[in-house]
Design a protein around this ligand. Structure first.
Ligand code: PLP
Length: 466
């Protein structure tokens, strides 16, 4: 394919995309397909001879959408959303067209300086103080891993980087059981070890399921008394399971009293902080050292796009950064090279989709969507609560709540029937040993009618009249 042909095919792809999105409501959100089915449809030896793009495109259109879970479906209420505003898709096309590598300032000056600008924009948009800076990662997992590696090296005086972990003091991390498994992964892969991630107990009867700051303090003191070395505290704003929000002000005060760095995982809920009225959920966040949120979740920047704000980037750069001769920018030692802030060397031009998105939608447009989602989630929760046999287990935190039927088997069976039915898509979690159905409202194109369909589908599948 040459670039003239690419231009034609791009038009064809754009037309296909328009029709695909227009037809999403008529498709089941989750395909009715078993593991291995799709591979059978495309099984073939590696192509020795070139094939016409027409044939490949046709196979794509015929086979792939029917074997896809449609994250942009307006009735996708599972996990968290992965919104891709059309304008961010456009920006991705442009970034793809240039196909650059934003690893160093000199390999991508525009990408590099735009990244600094959009991180500042987002910092201001979510109400963080002006002394935060930051970078864009692929995912919150990478950001949290980077933050935990930085905690490790701060605790070890950078000896881990030089000498390895053998013979080093036993490091300890602290988080509540509401934090995402990416925190467990970071503890494992950093060499700190999952057994050294202390899951601090929750505060009794807290509607936001915060960890108990007193229990955090006690855990740190116990570890110090046992000759272990506390390294850092990871906090949640909007945990994945039920939306838990730690009391950041109180927990960060405990961490600071022990001289420990803090990282806040607001991967989902961070987007909602563009609305001032939701900021009490992370009151005290300005005291954190590192904060991650994913504009690729609720804000509309096409996956992947995860922003990490840093109060002081120096410890992370000292941990992650290497500058061999072949990566130096001659005559400009002080330039920012974002690869030194994160794991991979090669980096995509992710700032472009944020620049397009924030300019084209404006914060006012993005706020309106998020406010609607929160209001509609509350309405959907009320409608479900009114159905006989349905119990709301956790009340909405922003736009996430959970419900169950009388017993776990019936709840799991209902979820399977909901997703086989295909009109809506929900996923599960567990709490106090019970199987719960999660409902999150956040898909960019959903309407109030789409959201209210949750209760009508549940009612119908429980034997009620449609
Ligand atoms: N943190 C929270 C609260 C999440 O909900 C998720 C994913 O849903 C993650 C972290 C991991 O995000 P990512 O897929 O960007 O690594």
């Amino acid at each position: 394919m040459n670039h003239d042909e690419l231009a034609n095919w791009s038009k064809r792809a754009a037309d296909w995309a328009r029709d695909y999105h227009a037809g999403l409501r008529d498709r089941p959100v989750r395909p009715d397909i078993a593991p291995g089915d799709f591979r059978k449809l495309i099984e073939a030896p590696v192509p020795e001879q070139p094939e016409p793009v027409e044939a490949i495109f046709d196979d794509f259109a015929r086979l792939v959408p029917d074997a896809t879970t449609h994250w942009q479906h307006p009735r996708f209420f599972g996990y968290f959303p992965a919104n891709a505003a059309p304008v961010s898709m456009l920006a991705e096309q442009l970034a793809n067209a240039m196909a650059g590598q934003a690893m160093l300032w000199q390999t991508a000056p525009a990408a590099n300086e735009m990244e600094a600008l959009v991180v500042d924009w987002l910092r201001d948009a979510v109400g963080l103080p002006g002394d935060f800076t930051g970078t864009i990662h692929d995912s919150a997992t990478t950001a949290t891993f980077s933050a935990v590696l930085t905690m490790r090296e701060l605790a070890l005086g950078h000896e881990g980087l030089r000498a390895g972990l053998s013979g080093q003091p036993r490091l300890r991390l602290y988080a509540s059981s509401e934090t995402h498994s990416s925190v467990d992964k970071a503890a494992r892969l950093s060499g700190i070890g999952q057994d050294n991630l202390v899951k601090v107990s929750g505060r009794a009867d807290d509607p936001l399921y915060s960890m108990d700051p007193g229990a955090l303090d006690a855990a740190i003191r116990a570890d110090l008394a046992a000759d272990m070395t506390p390294a850092g505290v990871i906090l949640a704003t909007g945990g994945t399971s039920v939306g838990a929000c730690d009391d950041l002000a109180a927990c960060i005060a405990v961490a600071k009293a022990h001289g420990l760095p803090t990282h806040v995982d607001a991967a989902w809920a961070g987007s909602a902080m563009i609305c001032e009225e939701f900021r009490p959920l992370w009151a005290g966040v300005e005291g954190a050292d590192s904060i991650v949120f994913n504009p690729h979740k609720w804000l509309g920047a096409q996956f992947d796009c995860s922003v990490q704000f840093l109060r002081d980037p120096a410890p992370q750069i000292a941990t992650m950064g290497l500058r061999p001769d072949y990566l130096k920018t001659q005559g400009a030692n002080e330039v920012v090279n974002y690869n030194e802030w994160t794991l991979p060397l090669g980096r995509r031009f992710r700032a472009l989709k944020l620049w397009f998105l924030l300019r084209a939608e404006g914060l006012s447009g993005l706020r309106a969507r998020i406010r609607n989602h929160v209001a509609w989630a509350n309405e959907a929760g009320d409608a479900l609560a009114a159905l006989p046999g349905v119990t709301i287990v956790t009340e909405p935190i922003l736009s996430l709540f959970t419900f169950r039927l009388e017993d776990d088997a019936a709840t799991a069976d209902l979820l399977e029937r909901i997703n086989r039915d295909g009109r809506i898509y929900l996923t599960q979690t567990s709490r106090d040993g019970h199987f719960l159905i999660r409902v999150q409202v956040g898909q960019f194109d959903c309407t109030r009618d789409d959201v209210m369909m949750i209760a009508s589908v549940v009612h119908e599948l429980m034997g009620g009249r449609p």
